[in-house]
Ligand binder design. Structure first.
Ligand code: CDP
Ligand code: CDP
Length: 230
């Protein structure tokens, strides 16, 4: 029996993290954890409560009162907040524009990281985000930093918006660049490639190809660990 490992996938918006992470988890029969969805859920609730996005005390208190549960869904992951399925509400332009401010708050980050570490305790988790390899799971057996050019990332996201995007491609590219900047420049657990993370540039590469590469790395690492344990 192969050992179970944890896999951390970090990178900027639109790099393909969630799509690839979900496929890797499926192929290895692991659990996929979308940490971005957790920050989005806190952002949704903070907006609903009319809180200011830089009010660490109030948003921290709100976050403590939220019971966030992630469930594997048919396509995307389901996010329950205090029993309510908020998944369809998390990927709006409004939340895109606010989430990186919420993600700067010390108390919110600490609570999310604690929750994420508990989810990964039993191993066999594929977790994607910004600070997984550097901060949440520094001991993950496999770390991947996934990137693509800003134009490619914006184009991918633009395609998802369908016939009524409500924004131009150039505007979307600027908004993604601004979110990346906030994520990279924040003081706590910024978006950063861990020294021991394997770099994948997915520009021009298919999702299947990238997922397969990560699965093979994961299997090789799990086999090595199993052999060492014998
Ligand atoms: O899917 P996309 O890459 O656009 O975003 P996401 O993964 O849902 O993350 C949304 C935002 O949450 C990011 O821009 C970060 O500000 C924040 N985030 C974070 O700070 N740390 C994480 N581990 C995951 C997300
Ligand atoms: O999670 P993250 O923000 O890193 O990206 P994503 O939501 O997984 O991927 C953004 C979009 O790019 C999705 O619609 C994917 O299907 C697409 N994609 C792609 O076209 N080629 C890849 N190699 C990876 C993702």
């Amino acid at each position: 029996e192969a050992a179970r490992i944890n896999i951390a996938i970090d990178g900027p918006a639109g790099a393909g993290k969630s799509t690839v992470a979900r496929m890797v988890a499926r192929d290895l029969a692991y659990i996929y954890v979308d940490t971005g969805a957790m920050y989005r859920a806190v952002t949704l609730k903070a907006i609903e409560a009319g809180l200011s996005m830089d009010d660490d005390v109030s948003v921290g208190k709100l976050a403590r009162e939220l019971d966030i549960v992630l469930l594997p869904g048919k396509e995307a992951q389901l996010v329950l907040v205090n029993g309510q399925d908020v998944s369809p509400l998390l990927r709006t332009l409004d939340i895109n524009r606010n989430v990186s401010y919420i993600a700067r708050l010390v108390s919110v980050r600490k609570q999310m990281a604690d929750l994420q570490r508990r989810m990964a305790m039993a191993k066999g988790v594929v977790m994607d985000g910004r600070d997984i390899g550097t901060h949440v799971l520094p001991d993950a057996e496999l770390k991947v930093f996934l990137t693509a050019t800003p134009r490619e990332r914006a184009t991918r996201r633009y395609r998802e918006l369908g016939d009524n995007p409500g924004i131009t491609l150039d505007q979307l590219e600027r908004e993604i660049a601004e979110r990346d900047r906030l994520d990279q420049e924040r003081e706590i657990a910024p978006l950063l490639r861990a020294q021991d993370a394997r770099l994948i540039d997915s520009t021009g590469r298919s999702i299947d190809e990238v997922a397969e590469e990560i699965v093979q790395w994961g299997l090789a690492i799990a086999r090595t660990i199993s052999m060492e344990e014998k």
